[in-house]
Design a protein around this ligand. Sequence first.
Ligand code: HEC
Length: 201
Amino acid sequence: MFIFNRLNRVFILLITLAFLTGFNAHNKTKSSSLNTKKTPDLGVQSNLDEINQLNITIFPDGKNLPKGNGSVEEGEVIFKMKCAACHGANGNGGIIKVPLVGGENTLHTKKPIKTVGSYWPYATTLFDYVRRTMPYNAPQTLTNDEVYALCAYLLNKNNIIKHDVVMNKKTLAEVKMPNSQGFINSYLTKRKNSKQKQEIK
Ligand code: HEC
């Protein structure tokens, strides 16, 4: 019994030692790999081409607008084919009740109608939105010329540009929207406030 107990204890000691040294070794490799590797080895690095494909943001001032152009008439044809089924024949809301046209002078009323014409502060955003998301069932299938034409059509339907004005990177950025002064820049206000707080300190 005595011998068995001793053997048993030696055995347990050996196992504990093995475990501890193993554990230590494991920890060492782990910490050394942490020191040398800067990434967790997940995924693959994107190349510039892939990044550029996703980087399609158009800025309010027109920065990043691509080459191309489109007329009101061209836009009307595309709108009938690819947009009217949802937004209605003249962009008046259709089955989904999302109007793109109308709503002038309703923003201050009890029933504001927010459309591209009545609400949106920049025409450049229209290009970004349509190219990025529409048609809803097939986003990013429109060519840049088609998007310019659709912008021309919708801006004309909202009485913001004349029928013969062609939209391109220059003319679209120059369009002044009726509600361009209807927004405040909350980031700017926050920055100003925090500056004031710093000055008080
Ligand atoms: C399958 C239906 C469908 C089709 C087709 C479609 N849209 Fe839309 N569209 C929507 C829906 C739904 C919304 C609202 C999305 C939201 O608010 O998240 C929307 C929103 C919009 C808006 C933003 C409206 C606003 O004031 O917020 C614009 C602009 C627009 N669509 C333009 C187009 C154009 C241009 C086409 C044709 C190329 C098109 N849509 C085709 C369903 C559609």
